[in-house]
Design a protein around this ligand. Structure first.
Ligand SMILES: [Ca+2]
Length: 332
């Protein structure tokens, strides 16, 4: 009766007799899979290994994440290969935002029993992943041309013709720059820049996106996310910064006398040092539609709709009920 649901029953109990561990037959390449019902960016996968017997059975198991069901999902990209997990303990693997609807645990090429006492998954936030955190920041730039203030790059408007009054403009500075202060430190996913349309799109060529917490050289000494080769006139281009951390995002054209014009700068990322218990949330919501906050292991909430992810961020929505899975949300 060691059904696969036991790995997502919200219980890390790891003694067989506690009826909370899965168990396959002695299969060749045994596997377990969870279907998250839609695609997520997976942050971590935490696996709890059996305590009372044979912890070595998990050795060599792969965590695979993706959207394919080829070979039951066991050919999806690998997050990690588990070397071992001490008996009765839980190990967390960082999957760095790998995207997928399916998460498989498979022991490849070996005749083995696969037992999992709990599999917990956290995802990168599905709301703020895509929110523009540049808006609301404090902006500044190396100099001002006309009335093309730095705020125009975060006015929520990608209009890229000069006459539309939504693009910034510096003087013809040596190493001109623009900076947004996000007010808090974020792990930055992407920076999207909209280039001017009616004139001189080549001015942006060679600009650097820099991210960090230092204001040395006005922030222009922070680590580089990317160097912009070019952005076609009037278009928006998104640059992946892979979680670089910082409060400041600078755009600088280094070592060159140039005008810097930005019609919009959008930044997506995840706040660090925030109320972390409400930032990432457990995903064991499939069986009972429950989620668990990160740092409060035995506090559970119910979401009534699988689509209610955004509310995890809002503490006022959380209704806790110790050790149970029966509380309801303030709203749905
Ligand atoms: Ca704008």
């Amino acid at each position: 009766d060691a059904i696969p649901e036991r790995a997502i029953d919200g219980n890390r109990a790891s003694n067989w007799a506690e009826n909370s561990c899965t168990h396959t037959q002695n299969d060749k390449s045994p596997w377990w899979r969870v279907d998250l019902l839609k695609t997520y960016s997976i942050n971590t996968v935490t696996i709890t290994n059996r305590k009372d017997c044979c912890p070595e059975r998990i050795n060599g198991a792969e965590i695979r994440i993706g959207n394919s069901l080829t070979d039951y999902g066991n050919t999806n990209p690998i997050c990690t290969v588990i070397s071992s997990i001490p008996a009765g303990t839980s190990t967390t693997y960082n999957c760095k935002g790998m995207k997928g609807q399916y998460i498989n645990i498979v022991i490849p090429g070996r005749q083995e029993y696969l037992t999992l006492c709990e599999v917990e998954v956290t995802v990168l936030d599905t709301c703020n992943d895509f929110a523009n955190i540049a808006r609301g920041g404090k902006v500044t730039q190396s100099s001002l041309y006309g009335d093309a203030i730095p705020e125009r790059a975060i006015d929520g408007n990608r209009a890229s013709n000069w006459a539309e009054n939504s693009c910034t403009h510096t003087q013809n500075d040596m190493s001109p720059w623009w900076r947004v202060d996000l007010l808090k430190t974020y792990s930055i996913n992407t920076v999207t820049i909209t280039n001017r349309k009616d004139c001189c799109p080549e001015r942006i060529n060679g600009a650097e996106i820099r991210i960090g917490n230092s204001l040395n050289d006005n922030g222009n000494a922070n680590p580089v996310c990317t160097v912009i080769l070019s952005i076609p006139a009037g278009t928006s281009q998104t640059f992946e910064c892979n979680g670089m951390e910082g409060q400041y995002v600078n755009i600088v054209i280094p070592g060159k006398q140039e005008y810097l014009t930005l019609c919009e700068v959008e930044v997506s990322g995840i706040e660090l040092n925030g109320s972390s218990e409400n930032r990432l949330y457990l995903l064991n919501l499939l069986l009972h539609h429950c989620v668990q906050t990160k740092n409060v292991r035995y506090t559970w909430i119910v979401v009534e709709s699988l689509l209610s992810y955004c509310i995890y961020y809002s503490p006022v929505c959380l209704v806790y009920q110790h050790q149970t899975c029966q509380a309801t949300m303030g709203h749905n």
